[in-house]
Design a protein around this ligand. Structure first.
Ligand code: HEC
Ligand code: HEC
Ligand code: HEC
Ligand code: HEC
Length: 97
C-alpha cells in the first residue's frame, strides 16, 4: 500500500521533467486501455489516435502553431512518441530538415 503510493508520488514528481514516457504517465492514471482497445495495440493506430482526440481534442482544437500547422497532415502519435522519453518538440527533424 505504502509502496504503491510512493511509486505514484515518484510518477507525479517526474512529470515536470518530462523524463517519463507519456504512455507511462497515462497508464498510471487509467491503464493501457485508455489508449489501446483491451490494452492491445492496433496495427494502424486508428484507435489510439482517436483516443487522444477524445480526451484532448483534435489538431484544430489544440493550442499552438505546431498543432495548427499540421491539420489534415498528421496524427497525434506522429510527433508524440508516447513510449519514448523524447518530447514531441524533438520529433521535427524526423520529417523536416
Ligand atoms: C497515451 C496512450 C497510450 C498508453 C496509455 C499506452 N500506449 Fe502503448 N502505444 C501507444 C501508441 C500511440 C503506440 C504506437 C507508437 C509506438 O509504438 O510508440 C503504442 C505502441 C505500443 C506497443 C507496440 C510497440 C512496438 O514497438 O510495436 C505495445 C506493445 C504497447 N504500446 C503496449 C502498451 C502497454 C502494455 C501499455 C500499458 C502499460 C500501453 N501501451 C499504454 C499509446 C499508448
Ligand atoms: C483517457 C483520456 C486520455 C487519453 C486517451 C489521452 N490522454 Fe493525454 N492526458 C490526459 C490527462 C488527464 C492528462 C494530464 C492532464 C493534462 O495535462 O491535460 C494528459 C496529459 C497529456 C500530455 C501532457 C500535457 C502537459 O501539460 O504536459 C500530452 C502531451 C498528452 N496527454 C498527449 C496525449 C496523446 C498524444 C494521446 C494519444 C496517444 C493521449 N494524450 C491520450 C488524458 C488522456
Ligand atoms: C507536429 C507535431 C505534433 C503533432 C502532430 C501533435 N502534437 Fe501535441 N505537441 C507538440 C509539441 C511540439 C508540443 C509541445 C510540448 C512537447 O514538446 O511535448 C505539444 C504539446 C501537446 C500537449 C500539451 C500542451 C497543450 O497544448 O495542451 C498536448 C495535450 C498535446 N500536444 C496533444 C496532442 C494531440 C491530442 C494531438 C493529436 C490530435 C497532437 N498533440 C499532435 C507536437 C505535436
Ligand atoms: C511525421 C512527420 C512530421 C513531423 C514529425 C513534423 N512535421 Fe511539420 N509537417 C509535416 C507535413 C507532412 C507537413 C505538411 C506538408 C508541408 O507543408 O510540408 C508539415 C508542415 C509543417 C509546417 C507548415 C508548412 C511549412 O513548411 O511552413 C510547419 C511550420 C511545420 N510542419 C513545423 C513542424 C515542427 C515545428 C515540428 C516538430 C514539433 C514538425 N513540423 C514535425 C510533417 C511532419
Amino acid at each position: 500500500m505504502m509502496k504503491a503510493k510512493l511509486v505514484l508520488l515518484a510518477a507525479c514528481l517526474a512529470l515536470p521533467l518530462a523524463a517519463q514516457p507519456l504512455a507511462d504517465m497515462h497508464s498510471d492514471m487509467s491503464g493501457c486501455e485508455s489508449c489501446h482497445a483491451d490494452g492491445v495495440p492496433s496495427s494502424d493506430l486508428a484507435h489510439e489516435n482517436a483516443a487522444c482526440i477524445q480526451c484532448h481534442g483534435g489538431l484544430a482544437d489544440l493550442e499552438g502553431e505546431t498543432h495548427q500547422a499540421h491539420q489534415g497532415n498528421l496524427e497525434c502519435a506522429d510527433c508524440h512518441q508516447v513510449h519514448e522519453e523524447a518530447a514531441a518538440s524533438e520529433s521535427c527533424e524526423n520529417c523536416h530538415q
